[in-house]
Design a protein around this ligand. Sequence first.
Ligand code: V07
Length: 260
Amino acid sequence: MIGKLIRKKQHTTKRNDLARRIEMAQMESRPAHISIIMDGNGWWATKKALPRVVGHYEGMKTVRKITKFANKVGIKVLTLYAFSTENWSRPKTEVDYLMRLPVEFLGTYLPELIEQNVQVQMIGNHDNLPEHTKYAIKKAVEQTSRNNGLILNFALNYGSRDEIVQSVQQIVNKAQNGDITCEDICEELVSEHLMTSHLSDPDLLIRTSGEIRLSNFMLWQLAYTEFWFTDMLWPDFDEECLMDAIESFQGRNRKFGGLS
Ligand code: V07
């Protein structure tokens, strides 16, 4: 009985603490755009002697939790690295499972996203995705296109070098057609030809699972971004972890504010 009361008290304290942290964070400039490399899902499952796909499923539930929370904190854009161009080299059964997750996620949570005024967007090359994946995404993008809350931007079959190559091809094409000259090519023009042309660059990048690298993710866009790495595996990542990252970002920004 006493144990139960203590646990209840701890739970309430934690919730109040988080509410206080959100309030504090909202008093300072928040990162408008957060990007996350959601790593450690397979390892999370393997550690528990479960099939890797169980980790992916749990990771999907974390996506829901973090989206809801980011929206509540007032983040404008959340870009999530869901599937890289390199992920095709995984076993076929795992790739097939991963390609079902957008369908599963949107089948379950699309009504909730609509209710929360979230706008679903996508970056990556979608030509070679399975039809069921493409259909689910197209529907979600269409049905949320008039929402003006958080932009939930999934990077799916995305590779940054691939994106830069595509941008260069488009620019050269315009130059050959005489639409632009060599002198017109500048940083803004390159940015305008990336898949993120309509978005601001990320202010904060988070990578879970202890890996300290970018793995071909938003190489151009991350030029001035603050990085935050954690050993936490993505299925265990929660609201408090995101607040830790946001507070760390605000702490770093404060220092720059003092100097400028
Ligand atoms: C995937 C769960 C999260 C951890 C990373 C790997 C596994 C959500 C989506 C998704 C994608 C597009 C969309 C709606 C949902 C997803 C893949 C993998 C391929 F419109 N989670 N998640 N897609 N994982």
